[in-house]
Design a protein around this ligand. Sequence first.
Ligand SMILES: [Zn+2]
Ligand SMILES: [Zn+2]
Length: 301
Amino acid sequence: MKRREFIRNSSFLMPAAWSPDALIKSFFADPWNIKMLTRDTGIFTERGGTILFHISKQGMVVVDSQFPDQAGHLISELKKRGDEPFELLINTHHHGDHSGGNIAFKDLVRRVLAHKNSKANQMKVAKERNLEAGQLYPSQTFENVWSEKIGRERITLHYFGPGHTDGDSLIHLEKSKIVHMGDLMFNRRHPNVDRSAGASVQNWVRVLDRAIRTFHPKTTYVFGHAAEAYPVTGTRQDLEAFKSYLQALLDFTADARAKGMTKEDFLKTTEIPGAGEWKGDGIARPLGAAWDELASGSQAP
Ligand SMILES: [Zn+2]
Ligand SMILES: [Zn+2]
């Protein structure tokens, strides 16, 4: 249950809590939610991709930034929790719901880090949409792996090739056994597949497989997005489930194409066979992307 709902429900369910104060609180509760995963690491959700933050003596580390207003809310919350400087802002990838809030960290954060393709994508999209003035670009990029000790935590970024885009990083907080998957994980929600930024459904399956094999079985994973009523954190079982979904999507698409189905009819599909947990809006996005990917004859790199 979201904090806002909790406050509202509890003030109505428990007459003893009825007071002008409780009532005011229930109407003006913050629109964001903060959940601590460990003593010094937590997630922030409001609008856009899930943000992960880590507080250390050497400085704060933030993964993803949602939009400018949301980043502002996060910054004021973190300032309440400590006066350490903002050491590092990481973008899992370039999409606006993950990097749009970077600008709120201007002159506040020492470094911004992302995969080199993520930076290139961010610059390209900002230029195309005439949004360059509102960007804070990565000051640092990496290609395959990046690792640094910050405070007591070791932070390692991995790039396993294209998936949701061609620039998705996996951010591993090694001591805490937490991995932010960015939009490589849509928990029980149909994913956005950005072919204009080099996405590959076929390689996405391999990326998830590699994550499962790379990280400790007890790892807590942070997801970019989740369906209503599903959590934005989970376990390797959730990665397995999403991997099966993507494989079912590819098999179903290949089968439809082999049977001579038209793309138009294919896009009328309402459920991917074998992936019934994925419901709701947006099924045309992965269907269309998988169709185009197979039609182009491209194979996973
Ligand atoms: Zn997203
Ligand atoms: Zn995205």
